[in-house]
Design a protein around this ligand. Structure first.
Ligand code: F6P
Length: 653
């Protein structure tokens, strides 16, 4: 019989053979084997084995494992610290760039600065920042009351009083010799209407072609004259062009080439290499004048329009730190149409010397970016609407131009009733005669022929208006050296005459339906006509914005009058309460004329109030202020970027 043995719980007592005995220092392994001989038991063989070495070994193994894992943990931690150190700087730089919006101005997936691990979040972050910026931007904008003072405050605060230079072909004041006298004229130009109040507010210098017959007589030795003549507040620096230069650059390349190219008005653009040479040379003249006038390495330069497309790059080459804002006042066509221009790449590269390039509508921005994408090796970011050419970034944005608000009180001084009476009397019309008004440069893009056809159609369809309604067309002579303009003038004159004959022949004393005035009208006279009219008809076949529409609204502080507006103007996307028409659809235009002439006063007032509120809110100061604020933002980013790279260089060095 085996002895009574106490066993470890973990071991099972085996009656026949093996037992483990717990001892004070460890386990004993006991083996009991019965000894038999001749079938009779003779005794038992007991083998006792000390098992404490097993425990010792396990203890050692546990210790070794512990040391091994602890060592491993230390090595991994060290490696992590080293890797983190190495990548931290890249991350921080990338994040900083993203937060500043710089990473956002490049495609995140191609940004050389964004570390790969940031790229997946860059796009989302970009969207978020843009939305926030938009929100802040519109909140900021609506909180500012846009006046000359707010514009001045932006210049002195955000832009630290930097020198502002405006560059355009057309000058704001033209000195003309009339016998012994020198007269000062204001040109019929939307661009001048828009920019002049800005310059009055900001001072600075306006560089433009001196085209008046007495322009040279009034300038100083630096070709400068202080304007406006009655209250000088800024410098006009004149550029002189020879007759050949003017013919090639202005009449030729700008107005026979680019003008029809950019307007869908079915006039074939003409491009001549001789004109192009003059265009390049004259653009260089303007750029040089900017550099002369700058007086600082980082001036703010506002370049205007299609006459000066090469100037931005020319200035950028001389003054790399300049903030160049270029505004394209006319439409930008789709990329197929633009490709017609033999110097398309040069024009695009010239414009991309700008820090900011502005258009009136988003469609024009889209067309421009599409054109660049198709024709140049440039990086286009369609989310941020930026183009990067040779490392230089240009932001392409929509800035719908507008007019001064409130309008000059002198223009509204004469009561509406007096304007109505005077204009009717001057034109030999009865007191209660209904009047329409059109005010344009005599240009084929303005749809003056279509407008007259619409009046004719009205009188055909609604003969009750014959003798009760007339349309006054003020047409300022424009670019009359160009054949197309001469023949357009002849067509306009002939059509007006034909319509007048048709509806007055055999009707004694009936006023002519069309009163055509091809002559220059001063602003005061234009406003008196607006105020006297019952409706204004803007029938442009294609127009960047069209400020006549906005001026008519501003002139009607009596909240009367109806605006008929072509759907092909930039203004149509803002002035929804106008009667929007297709100028090519004569019946529709005639119906709009009838609707305007019969519109109840209450409806006229409702529409006018809404449109006046819009023009008041989005006035010309806001247009310029928005561009200057964006420019200030770009300058701040550039300064930050520069100080960051200096810091990086120092820490790397
Ligand atoms: O608004 C377009 C625009 O071409 C302006 O650039 C220009 O000042 C205006 O029309 C009048 O044209 P121009 O200067 O040729 O008389």
């Amino acid at each position: 019989m085996p002895p009574e043995i106490q066993c470890n719980n973990l071991e099972r007592f085996n009656r026949s053979t093996n037992h483990l005995l717990p001892q004070a220092q460890g386990l004993l392994h006991v083996t009991v084997k019965p000894l038999t001989s001749a079938n009779a038991p003779e005794g038992q063989l007991v083998l006792v084995q000390d098992m404490s070495f097993v425990e010792r070994r396990s203890e050692e193994t546990r210790r070794y494992l512990f040391y091994f894992f602890a060592g491993l943990a230390v090595v991994i931690s060290l490696l992590t610290v080293v890797i983190a150190q190495l990548s931290w700087r890249g991350w921080v730089q990338g994040m900083r760039a993203l937060m500043r919006g710089e990473g956002l101005l490049r495609r995140p997936d191609t940004s050389p600065k964004a570390p790969p691990e940031l790229r997946p979040i860059a796009r989302d972050l970009q969207k978020l920042v843009q939305e926030l910026e938009l929100e802040v931007r519109s909140r900021d904008e609506s909180q500012i009351s846009w006046t000359p003072d707010s514009l001045r405050a932006i210049l002195h605060g955000e832009l630290r009083g930097e020198n502002v230079i405006v560059v355009s072909n057309r000058e704001p004041y033209i000195h003309e010799r009339r016998g012994e006298q020198i007269e000062v004229q204001r040109p019929a130009s939307g661009l001048v209407t828009a920019l002049e109040p800005i310059m009055r507010a900001c001072s600075g210098t306006w560089i433009a072609h001196g085209g008046g017959s007495a322009d040279r007589e009034v300038v100083d030795a630096q070709d400068r004259v202080r304007v406006p003549p009655d209250k000088p507040s800024y410098n006009l620096r004149r550029i002189w062009l020879s007759a050949e230069e003017e013919a090639g650059y202005y009449y030729g390349f700008a107005n026979e080439g680019l003008w029809p190219l950019c307007h869908n008005a079915h006039v074939r653009p003409t491009f001549r290499s001789a004109d192009w040479k003059h265009y390049v040379a004259v653009n260089r003249k303007f750029a040089k004048a900017v550099v002369d006038e700058a007086g600082t390495p980082a001036p703010i330069v506002l370049i205007q329009d299609y006459h000066l497309a090469l100037v931005p790059r020319m200035i950028r080459e001389e003054l790399p730190e300049a903030t160049i804002i270029t505004f394209w006042h006319i439409p930008w066509p789709n990329q197929e149409s633009f490709s017609i221009c033999p110097w398309r790449e040069e024009i695009l590269a010239g414009l991309l010397g700008s820090s900011i390039l502005g258009f009136h509508t988003q469609t024009h921005c889209n067309n421009f970016v599409d054109t660049v994408d198709r024709l140049l090796e440039a990086r286009v970011d369609r989310d941020a609407f930026t183009v990067s050419l040779g490392g230089e970034l240009t932001a392409v944005h929509r800035y719908p131009i507008s007019i001064t608000w409130p309008p000059d009180p002198d223009l509204l001084e004469k009561p509406v009733s007096v304007c109505r009476a005077e204009v009717r009397q001057t034109n030999g019309l009865p007191k209660d005669h209904l009047l329409g008004i059109g005010v344009d440069r005599l240009d084929y893009t303005k749809g003056i022929l279509e407008r007259f056809h619409a009046v004719e159609r009205l009188l055909e369809l609604q003969p009750e208006w014959i003798g009760r309604f007339s349309f006054i067309q003020i047409a300022a002579p424009s670019r009359s050296k160009i054949d197309e303009y001469q023949s357009y003038e002849a067509q306009v004159r002939a059509l007006a005459q034909a319509i007048n004959e048709r509806f007055t022949a055999g009707r004694q004393g009936v006023p002519a339906p069309i009163l055509l005035k091809i002559e220059y009208h001063a602003t005061e006279s234009v406003y008196a006509h607006y105020r006297a009219a019952d409706l204004c008809f803007v029938s442009s076949l294609h127009d960047g914005m069209n400020l006549v529409a906005k001026e008519f609204i501003a002139a009607h502080d009596d909240e009367r009058g109806v605006l008929i507006l072509s759907q092909f103007t930039g203004a149509a996307s803002e002035l929804a309460e106008a009667l929007i028409v297709n100028p090519y659809d004569m019946d529709q235009c005639a119906a709009a004329l009838h609707l305007a002439l019969t519109m109840p006063e209450s409806e006229q007032r409702d529409r006018m109030r809404l449109m006046r509120a819009l023009v008041r809110e989005f006035n010309i100061y806001r247009w310029a202020g928005r561009m200057l604020l964006d420019a200030a933002g770009m300058r701040r980013r550039r300064v930050l970027k520069r100080s960051e790279s200096t810091r990086d260089e120092v820490s790397e060095g």
